[in-house]
Structure formats: C-alpha cells, structure tokens
Design a protein. Structure first.
Length: 202
C-alpha cells in the first residue's frame, strides 16, 4: 500500500506540476531584475521609460505616464519610477529593471549629466545594497567605459521587449527565445562612446 503521508505533490506521477503549486508573487521570475543584498552589476541596454508607480489595495501595480493624474486609493504613496532593459551579468540575459529608489535614480542622473561619464549604456553600473527595510541604503558605482560586447548583442537579438506595455498592465516580454543563451562575456576594452541608435532595445 502506498504511504498516505506522502506529499500531495508526489501522488500524481503524471502531473507536470505539483497539485499545490503556486507561482511566486511579485517577482515575475527571471524576467525582472531586483537589487540584491551586496552588489548588482548590470548594463543599461535601453532608454528608460518614466512615470509614477502606485500599488492598489490588492497589492497590484499601476503605472502612470509622466503628467498623468494618479487618482485612486493606493496602499502607499505613489512613487516616481524608471523602467529599462538591462543586461544581468550574473544570469547572462536581459531583464526589465524597474527603479523606484530615488537615490539610485539621482545617482544615475548625475552620472548621465557628467561629461566625464555620459549615458550609462557606455559603461556598467554596480548598485550596492546594504541594510534592511527602512534602513536600506543604496550606492551606485560606475565601471570603466567599454562598448556593449558583440556577445551581448547576439544574445539579446532573439528577444523583443516593449516597455510601453507596462503602462497597460501587460507583459513587456513580447517574444522570448526558446532557450536563454549562455555565453562567456569577453571584455571589449575600446572606449568609443555609443549613441542610442546602437542600443539593442531602442
């Protein structure tokens, strides 16, 4: 006789997913990047969209374009946000990075406006997160300038990501390749700056 104490997830051997399985909430899986404790290294590979992010009483996000009214009942005070496509070096794939931390937005803006640095698609960014909850602190450190490598360009060529769909509460990942390309990231040590026409997602 089968052991009746076995987990329900193991009872149906023909089931693809356990009976009690539910996807994790809030993260969107590997499609969305979050700043982790310690250092998160990434490269901006699109311009950001900007607006206001609010969370309703059911903990669902609602995004408004700049200048749009944020009428409604919200769980917390609506925040200014950026969303952009970023290359995650740890996962070796593109992700959507949504930034609501105003210190991070201010730091990237300062780098962008500094003639010594310029647009952040010309260099990698490292965001360092320390602390927990209300005591969490963020710092932004730029890496030496280098062009986006051909390996990254090749890896993202099969992806189609439309950030504007976030304003419609839709999934911005229009097309995802059947398999995520794993590759070695060779260093391109040229310091030629790139214009936005060179971005994989523009």
């Amino acid at each position: 006789m089968a052991n009746s104490n076995k987990n329900a997830a193991t009872q149906n051997k023909n089931a693809f997913l356990p009976d009690n399985y539910e996807p994790p909430k809030g993260g969107g899986g590997d499609n969305y990047m979050k700043f982790v404790d310690g250092t998160t290294r990434f490269r901006c590979i699109s311009k950001p969209i900007m607006g206001t992010l609010a969370w309703d009483m059911e903990n669902k996000p609602k995004r408004f374009r700049l200048g749009e009214k944020t009428d409604g009942t919200w769980k917390d005070k609506p925040k200014h946000f950026w969303a952009l496509v970023a290359w995650n070096y740890d996962l070796q794939r593109p992700q959507v990075l949504e930034i609501t931390q105003q210190t991070v937005i201010a730091a990237i803006t300062e780098l962008n406006n500094d003639s010594d640095w310029g647009a952040p698609w010309n260099y990698d960014l490292k965001v360092v997160r320390k602390g927990q909850k209300l005591e969490t602190e963020y710092s932004v450190n730029p890496s030496p300038k280098k062009k986006i490598s051909q390996e990254i360009r090749d890896a993202v060529s099969d992806w189609e990501i439309d950030l504007e769909l976030l304003f419609d509460d839709a999934d911005p990942f229009v097309s995802i390749p059947d398999s995520v390309v794993q590759m070695d990231n060779e260093i391109d040590d040229t310091d030629d700056e790139q214009g936005d026409d060179d971005l994989p997602f523009n």
